[in-house]
Design a protein around this ligand. Structure first.
Ligand code: DNO
Length: 396
């Protein structure tokens, strides 16, 4: 697979010349400063593409071309926003950038409760604590009916927590769930926004009449408008699974399982309607067998995120070291190397380690942590490629 790296543009403290030194071949990025919903001008795309090329790399994948909320909930501006999206795609196609990752998660992209969960070895990783999340849902958002989403045993723990949690911890929880993890993704909420909880509640209310079926229909409509343009410009669209892959906050989530992904592929049955195989997101759902999904969807996978998680019996999950956990990345490398050796792959999220701390990297996007994971995966890829070569020689 092609070794790519998510780079956040000219403002990223991790420079392209650093990436050149650690074996990165392709760049995954976006025009992060263009507001969600506006057209990406061809000139701007070409400028960034040339900048990357000058560093001896290529712009392999767009992550993400964000889908505006009104497209997802089917608001009155939806058609105009889809027209803008199509124009951006055509411009990307014109510039020769052919893989576009996006997601269709309402309101909130990915969800974690802790950005620096400590490991015994001194490193730290991202973590999801179900009880803290339930506390946020029931006591901070005060979402109507929230308690019904948790078991009575869980609610007992939530009430216990409510007696001891400090204001500082509450603020940190809000900051982590709806600001820090979202702000850098062209999302709905930015660092510095006043009263993020109110903004967030307002966004949730946009979906009060949208269930899974309605969201699916809006995705189908969006894709059916896009795909002819993708065929014309050879642009592979790849939807990112929901992270984590289950229903939360009363919002519909439609990219969580084998059945969901099959539904999407059948809704617009065209190879340009493909998947970002994010092993990390998929592995956080105990209903998912990640290698089985990879076997099944390899031919419609256009981009791979290699990351793994471990899910606890109480519903918490942690981002596991890349060679451990439910992601089974070694097996995935076998599957994808066989299917398409030129598929772009990026290691996703890394631990905070060594000199990473206090660098204010976007959560999950450390330098040494990701570099370490990339080196591990690089070794696995070399081994698997060698296995494939040997098998071919044996067959001759
Ligand atoms: C988080 C990422 C997501 C992902 C988007 C793709 O680290 O995996 O933000 O980039 O969901 O649209």
């Amino acid at each position: 697979m092609e070794k790519t790296w998510r780079w956040f543009g000219l403002k990223d403290k991790i420079t392209l010349s650093m990436l050149g030194q650690i074996g990165v071949e392709g760049i995954v990025t976006a025009l992060h400063d263009i507001p969600n919903g506006a057209v990406w001008p061809l000139e701007r795309i070409n400028d960034l593409k040339d900048h990357i090329k000058d560093a001896g790399l290529r712009w392999s994948v767009v992550e993400s071309l964000p889908v505006s909320e009104a497209i997802k909930y089917g608001g009155s501006r939806s058609d105009q926003l889809i027209a803008n999206y199509i124009e951006s795609l055509a411009n990307l196609g014109e510039a020769g950038i052919n893989t576009v990752c996006y997601n269709f998660m309402p309101v909130i992209d990915w969800i974690r409760t802790d950005l620096e969960y400590p490991w015994a070895d001194g490193t730290s990783s991202l973590f999801f604590d179900k009880i803290r999340f339930a506390y946020f849902d029931c006591f901070i958002l005060e979402r109507e009916g929230a308690e019904e989403d948790y078991t009575p045993e869980e609610m007992v723990k939530v009430y216990e927590l409510s007696k001891t949690i400090t204001q500082k911890e509450k603020d940190a929880l809000i900051d982590t769930i709806i600001v820090k993890t979202q702000g850098f993704i062209n999302g709905n909420i930015k660092e510095g926004d006043k009263n993020p909880v109110a903004i967030f509640k307002n966004l949730l209310s946009l979906y009060k009449d949208i269930d899974r079926d309605a969201l699916r229909e809006n995705l189908k409509y969006f894709l059916s408008q896009l795909i002819p343009v993708c065929e014309e410009y050879n642009i592979k669209m790849c939807i990112h699974p929901d992270d984590p892959p289950f229903q939360m906050l009363g919002l519909p989530r439609i990219v969580t399982s084998m059945e969901d992904i099959e539904w999407i592929f059948n809704a617009v049955d065209n190879p340009y309607n493909g998947l970002t195989f994010c092993a990390g997101s998929l592995s956080a759902g105990i209903h998912n067998n990640v290698p089985e999904l990879a076997e099944k969807f390899a031919s419609r996978t256009h981009f791979v995120h290699l990351r793994s998680t471990e899910v606890m019996a109480n519903g918490d999950f942690i981002e596991a070291p890349h060679l451990e956990g439910r992601g089974h990345l070694i097996e995935l490398v076998r599957i994808f190397e066989k299917e398409n050796p030129s598929l772009p792959m990026r290691v996703d999220h890394g631990r905070l380690m060594l000199d990473d701390r206090d660098k204010a990297y976007n959560p999950g996007y450390s330098f040494y942590g990701r570099m370490y994971a990339l080196a591990q995966i690089d070794g696995v890829m070399a081994t698997v490629q060698d296995e494939i070569k040997r098998n071919m020689n044996d067959k001759r």
